[in-house]
Design a protein around this ligand. Structure first.
Ligand code: DC
Length: 228
């Protein structure tokens, strides 16, 4: 393996499939940088809702995207913006899914993601990006592509537990309904729909705990990297 090569690992998948936690763990284990690209879409949605605007209005959505890009340009750390706990709310995820179907929004966010993947920083020998279109559109050259999913009921159970543990008043039925609506919107939009890349390995995590998930993913990654 050429150790000077910057390695990119894409981890796409459905909402609450565990792809975020898995990606962070992969990045920590391998000493790679990590970007949660869903947080970029969430941050745009947050800008729009904070301004009292409608995320489904294309002009509002574009303005929100430009506002975020300006904020990132003047911020010391992109990580602080993407780790804002307010981004994790269900209504922000819903609005993020709505703005994510708009061409102008997606186009404006491409460079941030590609630049991060190609230049993760001197301390890192690669980058892990998770999202919906990383293996298909953002980094089709990724060395390893994973697509993470699980049954919708299991994902809704996991998400309900997570939200309730944060003190949020949510029900399983409502979470399941929103999650299915979001998956349908993300998978059926015309632009960069959520789908596994042709060369992605699909990992169903329905019956896997977090440690098993990581073990499986690392086996796949090591197998792929050993052929480079
Ligand atoms: O991964 P997440 O749930 O935080 O993502 C929120 C929304 O952002 C998701 O419903 C669709 C959109 N998204 C996208 O379209 N492309 C990405 N690469 C990441 C997220």
């Amino acid at each position: 393996m050429d150790t000077k090569k910057n390695i990119i690992i894409s981890v796409d998948g459905t909402a609450a499939s565990g792809k975020g936690t898995l990606s962070q763990k992969i990045a920590t284990t391998l000493g790679f940088a990590y970007m949660d690209t869903g947080a970029l879409y969430r941050a745009v949605a947050y800008e729009i809702l904070q301004s009292g605007n409608d995320p489904e209005n294309e002009e509002n959505a574009l303005q929100g995207t430009k506002d975020l890009i300006n904020k990132i340009a003047s911020a010391n750390s992109l990580s602080d913006i993407l780790h804002n706990p307010a981004l994790r709310k269900e209504e922000i995820g819903e609005a993020a899914s709505k703005i994510a179907s708009q061409n102008n929004v997606r186009k404006c966010l491409i460079d941030i993601q590609r630049n991060f993947a190609k230049n993760p920083g001197k301390a890192y020998s690669g980058a892990v990006l998770d999202g919906r279109d990383i293996g298909t559109i953002i980094c089709p050259e990724a060395s390893v592509k994973l697509f993470i999913t699980a049954g919708s009921e299991i994902r809704a159970q996991r998400r309900t537990k997570e939200l309730q543990s944060k003190g949020l008043d949510v029900t399983y039925d409502a979470v399941l309904k929103d999650m299915r609506a979001r998956d349908t919107r993300d998978a059926n939009r015309q632009l960069a729909p959520m789908k596994p890349a042709k060369d992605a390995i699909v990992l169903d995590t329905s019956n896997l705990g977090q440690d098993e998930m990581l073990k499986k993913a690392l086996q796949i990654i090591e197998g792929k990297l050993s052929t480079l």
